[in-house]
Design a protein around this ligand. Structure first.
Ligand SMILES: Nc1ncnc2c1ncn2[C@@H]1O[C@H](COP(=O)(O)OP(=O)(O)O)[C@@H](O)[C@H]1O
Ligand SMILES: [Mg+2]
Length: 269
């Protein structure tokens, strides 16, 4: 595992200086989990990818960049407050040792809404990257939906190694994939995997696959140069583990291919 913080190839990206984690912290590879809209399973993907990478023996963290709709602390049943010392905030650890930073871990009451302007939110996300005592091989960044201002700041300022795109069949997939692929290309961040979540239903009695949205275009990712394509069905186990804060106990082969792709890409650096 390389010891330096990964620097993305910025040759094609707009000329915005990258920010880096504090020298006392260690972030091997930062991986953004993005989507075109909310509710497609981005937080589940971030959480379960973290679990998978952790099970492969890596040190993992999750930066919850969804400041106004944070759900990572719930998925792992952790709460704040996060403490700070020497000018750095300590991430909160889950029961298996995944490091997490989220706006929810800074609030006295997790139900309190954050009503801030975009610039303040961007500043907080940047601090989550630069002023947290991360010690991770992989830092997964659970982004807020869309290609709006805030996501763009993350894409431009963080030294991202790669990105994973999460979609669902009903979310105008083709357009979303195209937009995201273009943005990633513009910013020189390789899109490694297209995860189509809630893609189909498995019959609880016979296990037969039911394509409730019709047959999907499984070559869409490849056409946009995204090497890995994974489908995840509607699975009540996912919803119940996410809701009860036990995502670390979920046993399924979902996201194995994506986790492997992330590790392989990191080895090639
Ligand atoms: N494949 C799935 N099967 C069943 N429920 C899912 C699945 N993926 C996500 N969910 C549930 O759907 C809701 C939205 O998922 P979430 O990961 O929070 O989406 P996002 O972060 O994109 O808004 C959550 O309650 C989550 O537990
Ligand atoms: Mg989310």
């Amino acid at each position: 595992m390389a010891n330096e913080n990964h620097q993305a190839d910025t040759s094609k990206a707009p000329n915005i200086p990258k920010t880096n984690p504090d020298p006392r912290a260690h972030v091997g590879h930062a991986v953004a989990v993005i989507s075109g809209k909310g509710g497609v399973g981005k937080s589940f993907t971030s959480a379960y990818l973290a679990v998978k990478l952790q099970r492969m023996g890596y040190k993992v963290g999750i930066l919850d960049a969804d400041i106004t709709g944070p759900s990572i602390p719930f998925a792992f049943h952790i709460s704040g407050p996060a403490y700070s010392g020497d000018g750095l905030i300590d991430p909160v650890k889950t029961k298996t040792g995944i490091q997490v930073m989220s706006s929810n871990l800074l609030l006295d009451n997790p139900e309190d809404p954050i009503v801030w302007r975009g610039t303040l939110i961007s500043t907080l996300i940047e601090q989550f990257y630069t002023e947290v005592r991360w010690d991770v091989d992989y830092l997964l960044i659970d982004m807020a939906p869309g290609t709006a201002d805030i996501s763009l700041t993350v894409f431009q300022k963080f030294a991202l190694s790669s990105a994973v795109l999460v979609t669902s069949p009903q979310s105008l997939v083709s357009m979303v994939v195209e937009k995201s692929a273009k943005m990633a290309d513009m910013l020189s961040v390789p899109l490694l995997s297209l995860v189509e979540n809630m893609a189909y239903v498995k019959c609880p009695k016979c296990g037969e696959r039911i394509d409730i949205y019709g047959k999907q275009d499984t070559n869409l990712g490849k056409r946009h140069g995204i090497p890995v394509f994974e489908e995840i069905p509607f699975d009540p186990e996912i919803a119940s583990h996410m809701d009860s804060g036990t995502v670390e106990d979920l046993k399924a082969d979902y996201l194995d291919a994506t986790a492997k792709a992330i590790v392989n890409a990191a080895k090639e650096d």
